[in-house]
Each structure stands twice: as structure tokens, then as C-alpha cells.
Ligand binder design. Structure first.
Ligand SMILES: C[S@@+](CC[C@H](N)C(=O)[O-])C[C@H]1O[C@@H](n2cnc3c(N)ncnc32)[C@H](O)[C@@H]1O
Ligand code: SF4
Length: 494
């Protein structure tokens, strides 16, 4: 238990910080969009049966009703050559036709039914159907999947954001109409590249014309829309990138996510022949700053390191350009000053590869956890057939991990409110990581105000690396604990 305002240093020294930054800043960055702290590489089979954990969560729900963002996963993607669009690091399965989709939707229904005793009293704050490629579903499927949510929660609040993700060439008018009629109010389109020559590296049969058609359909049916674009693509120049962004802006898109290309393990873009075509890290940094300048001048507001919303004009609704599913979690400890009540917002995930994030309480000794469903369709179905929740792996948070998870989320927004951090965790953030802040300040990567620490200049681009730095001591501990356990030595770190 930390004492009021305790100073913890977590063992960071100036030398350690400088060495870390010197080594890591010249490597390709990888963003932490997906899971925050810690990476799923550190997750393993859950130690407690999930029914026990869900019962425990229900108990906390009696004290403070859970506010949840619901994620519903879809496994399928159209086959490409190279596989998985060449760059994709997300789990997926090849689409083999509608029969497979029908079979999956039956399994999905069974998993929704399994959660009925555990989730039905939660309060829904946003819904996201992601994947994979959920717009591979046929028009008649959208109402059916929405019904699953409705049945589980006994209704869907009328004013929340409900997103469906997909690829441009499948958002034809018939589907967009069905998506809108089923109750979705937002579409997130994975475009990645608007340049018809460069998109070929992904093996996708996609043209920029299809992107404009899909956007027009969204506008016609009044759906908020967002485009995902990737910069740092093989052979991409700063001019190519700016042209893509300007085109998206001119087409009236409400929200843009502009990710730096993540390169890892098995993907085709990680092969040496493709790596040779990638822009340098220095060019990627220039791309980050140039895209920022263009989007700010075009009337967009930067919400996170990579996501941008069009500032609403005239009588446009602010809802159009929001992205609640993600933004709700940037401060998952929400204090209601009037009721002096603390709400911990959660993510509930159902379906293939879905993630559940259940922070239940900030007090020491309480249990908080994250887990991911099976990432192989075969195992997902086999678990449900044997009456088991289809969970692959997870992680039980220590109190230190909960703080890191909160810091990771906050850093996505390019600032940390250290007054809130003190209120939440009774710890002085500026003191705890003083060696880190000193070095970042020396590099002009941060600015410290009265209540907030802001990331500025290249410090914004390097946020993923700084997140890794802040977590590095804890991750070393986890690795050491595992090694000791493996060697059968009875030493528990922490
Ligand atoms: C899971 S994908 C699903 C969206 C949809 N299937 C598509 O392909 O557009 C969600 C987003 O993650 C981003 N993404 C996937 N792999 C990435 C990578 N290697 N680097 C950067 N962003 C990536 C893409 O922008 C993509 O739109
Ligand atoms: S980028 Fe989208 S369509 Fe391509 S493999 Fe990944 S999830 Fe599937």
C-alpha cells in the first residue's frame, strides 16, 4: 500500500533513461494502440476460472454499476497476396464464403448467451464491431448482430456511438443502408493508402474511387465516418502522404486515424526486400509533423498521437467526429465530483480475438484483469462446443500495472494530468519518474504545467517509446518472476 503522496522512483536513473532512449529512438517505433500495458506477449492462461472472476466483477458492479464499451469481434478477411494485406498484425481468418459467416454468427450468439448472467446489468457507453472485416456480412446480418447486443443488455441506449468497421470496396449502398437501418451510426473504413499504385503492396483490390463512393454512401445515410490511413508505407513520399490526407479532408470525412506503419514478425512488410523500400525513421518523423500541420490547417483537432477529428462546423453534431469507443478509455478512472463517486470504465469483448479489460477497484489487494478470446476460429468454436468461455490468455494486474495501464491510456492523448494521477493513486507522478522527465525536458519533448505534463515536438512522435520506457522496469520484473518460476525457485518479485 502506498502512503499518502508517496514517492516511488521505480529504479529509474539518468544513465538508464539516456541509454534506453539512445538505443530505442533509432529503431522503428510501434504504437500501443491495441492493448496498452502490458503487451499480450506477457499474457498467459488465466490463473482463476473465468466464472469466478466474472462473479467477483458482479460484486463490484453492485457497488458501482459498470460503464462499458462493448467490442464485438469478426474473424474473416478477404484473402490477399501477400497474406493479411502484407502489413496487418491483427488476428484474422480467410473468408471462404457466407456459410462460414452463418456458422460463426451462431457461435457468437452462444457466446452472448454465456455472458447473460454476468453482463446484463452493465451500462453501455459505446459499441464497436471490429475485426477482421465485419462489412463482409450480408445486409440481413446487421440487424441480427445488433439484436444480440439488445438481448444481452435488455436494450441499447439511443444516444451512444455504434461503429462498424470495414474495407471501402464492401461499403456499397445496399450495405450502408442496411447498416444504418440496423442502428449503427458510425462507420470506420480501413483505407490505409489512397494511392492506387502504392496500395498494391498490400495485395488489396481497392481503388480510391471506391473510397469516395463509400464515403458518399455514408453521407447519404447520415453515418458518421472515419478513415484509417497508414504513413511510412513502402515507397511513400511526404508528398504522396499529404495528397492522401488532403483528398480525405476534401471528401468531407469526419475523423481520420493516421497510424505510423508498424512492422513486426511475420508480416510481408517486415521482409528485407520490403524493409528496403520503407521511408527512414527521420522521414517518418517529418511525416508526423507535416501531417499534423496539414490537418490543423484544415480545421482538424488532434485528439491522440494518431487520431484527428474535424472540428464541427455550423450546426453539425459533435457526435459525428467523435470516437467514444477509444476516447472513453483515455481516463478510465472517472470521478463524479458531485456524488464523490469513482467509476472505473471497462471494455467487454465478445467474439473472435475480442479483449475484455476489467479494472474493478483501485484499492490494493483488489483484482483487476485483462483477457483475450481465442485467436484461432477452430479453438474459439471448440471452446464454445465444450461449454467453456472461448478465452485464450489474459493478465492479472498488480497495483503497479493498473497505474501503468492508466498512464499508457493518458499518454495516447499526449498529456498526463498529474493532479488526477495523485487523486487516483495517491502518488506523485513528477517525483516517481523524475529521471525520465528530466531527460525528456532536456530534449524539449515535454512541457510541465500546473496540473498537466504535455508531450511536445518529437516527444509526441516518440510517445510509444516513452510508454515502453516507463513500463520497462516492471516488464523486467515480470520476465524475472517467470524465469524464477520456471526454474522452480520460490522467489516472488513484488
Ligand atoms: C484490425 S484493422 C481492421 C480494419 C479493416 N479490416 C481494414 O483492413 O481496414 C484496424 C486498423 O489497424 C491498422 N493497422 C493494422 N495493421 C497495422 C500496421 N501494421 N501498422 C499500422 N496500422 C495497422 C489499420 O489502419 C487498420 O485499419
Ligand atoms: S488489414 Fe483489415 S482486411 Fe487486411 S488482414 Fe488486417 S483486418 Fe483483414
Amino acid at each position: 500500500m502506498t502512503t499518502p503522496g508517496a514517492n516511488l522512483t521505480y529504479g529509474f536513473t539518468g544513465d538508464y533513461v539516456r541509454e534506453f532512449i539512445e538505443k530505442e529512438s533509432v529503431r522503428r517505433q510501434s504504437n500501443k494502440v491495441l492493448h496498452g500495458h502490458p503487451s499480450p506477449l506477457y499474457w498467459k492462461a488465466l490463473e482463476s476460472p473465468i466464472e469466478e472472476l466474472l462473479d467477483e466483477r458482479l460484486g463490484y458492479g453492485m457497488k458501482a454499476r459498470h460503464e462499458v464499451n462493448l467490442y464485438v469481434g469478426t474473424p474473416f478477411c478477404i484473402k490477399t497476396k501477400p497474406a493479411r494485406c502484407g502489413f496487418c498484425l491483427f488476428p484474422s481468418e480467410d473468408y471462404e464464403g457466407n456459410k462460414g459467416v452463418e456458422a460463426y454468427l451462431d457461435y457468437l450468439k452462444r457466446e452472448f448467451d454465456m455472458y447473460k448472467p454476468f453482463y446484463s446489468s452493465d451500462t453501455l457507453t459505446s459499441i464497436y464491431f471490429g475485426g477482421g472485416t465485419p462489412n463482409l456480412y450480408r445486409p440481413e446480418h446487421y440487424g441480427r448482430v445488433m439484436q444480440l447486443v439488445d438481448n444481452l443488455y435488455g436494450g441499447i441506449p439511443s444516444d451512444i456511438e455504434i461503429t462498424l468497421e470495414g474495407i471501402p470496396q464492401l461499403f456499397n449502398e445496399e450495405k450502408i443502408k442496411a447498416i444504418s437501418e440496423a442502428g449503427f451510426n458510425r462507420v470506420s473504413m480501413g483505407v490505409q493508402q489512397l494511392n492506387d499504385n502504392l496500395i498494391k503492396y498490400s495485395g488489396r483490390r481497392q481503388t480510391r474511387e471506391q473510397v469516395f463512393n463509400a464515403l458518399e454512401n455514408c453521407h447519404k445515410y447520415d453515418l458518421a465516418n472515419s478513415l484509417d490511413l497508414i504513413y511510412g508505407w513502402p515507397e511513400q513520399t511526404i508528398d504522396n502522404m499529404l495528397e492522401d490526407l488532403q483528398t480525405a479532408v476534401d471528401a468531407g470525412v469526419h475523423h481520420i486515424t493516421h497510424y505510423e506503419l508498424n512492422i513486426a514478425g511475420r508480416s510481408d512488410f517486415a521482409a528485407p526486400s520490403k524493409r528496403a523500400l520503407l521511408p527512414s525513421i527521420e522521414t517518418n518523423i517529418e511525416m508526423y509533423h507535416a501531417s499534423k500541420e496539414l490537418l490543423l490547417n484544415a480545421g482538424f483537432e488532434q485528439v491522440t498521437v494518431y487520431d484527428w477529428r474535424r472540428v464541427p462546423i455550423k450546426d453539425q453534431s459533435a457526435r459525428l467526429s467523435s470516437y467514444d469507443y477509444e476516447h472513453n478509455m483515455h481516463n478510465f478512472v472517472a470521478k463524479d465530483p458531485e456524488a464523490s463517486k469513482t467509476t472505473l470504465k471497462q471494455v467487454c469483448g465478445i467474439g473472435f480475438a475480442a479483449v475484455n479489460f476489467h479494472a474493478n477497484s483501485l484499492d490494493d489487494g483488489d483484482r483487476n484483469w485483462i483477457y483475450m478470446n481465442q485467436t484461432s476460429l477452430k479453438e474459439y468454436c471448440a471452446d464454445i462446443d465444450s461449454g467453456r468461455f472461448p478465452i485464450g490468455r489474459g493478465f492479472m494486474y498488480s497495483p503497479h500495472d493498473v497505474k501503468l495501464a492508466w498512464l499508457f491510456q493518458s499518454m495516447q492523448t499526449m498529456k498526463i494530468n498529474f493532479v488526477q494521477y495523485m487523486e487516483n493513486f495517491n502518488e506523485n507522478l513528477l517525483d516517481s519518474y523524475s529521471a525520465i522527465w528530466e531527460e525528456l525536458d532536456r530534449r524539449n519533448w515535454i512541457k510541465v504545467g500546473e496540473s498537466e505534463l504535455q508531450f511536445i515536438g518529437d516527444g509526441q512522435y516518440y510517445i510509444p517509446m516513452i510508454q515502453s520506457l516507463i513500463a520497462s522496469r516492471r516488464l523486467a520484473e515480470i520476465r524475472a518472476t517467470r524465469k524464477q518460476k520456471l526454474n522452480n525457485i520460490d522467489v516472488v518479485v513484488e
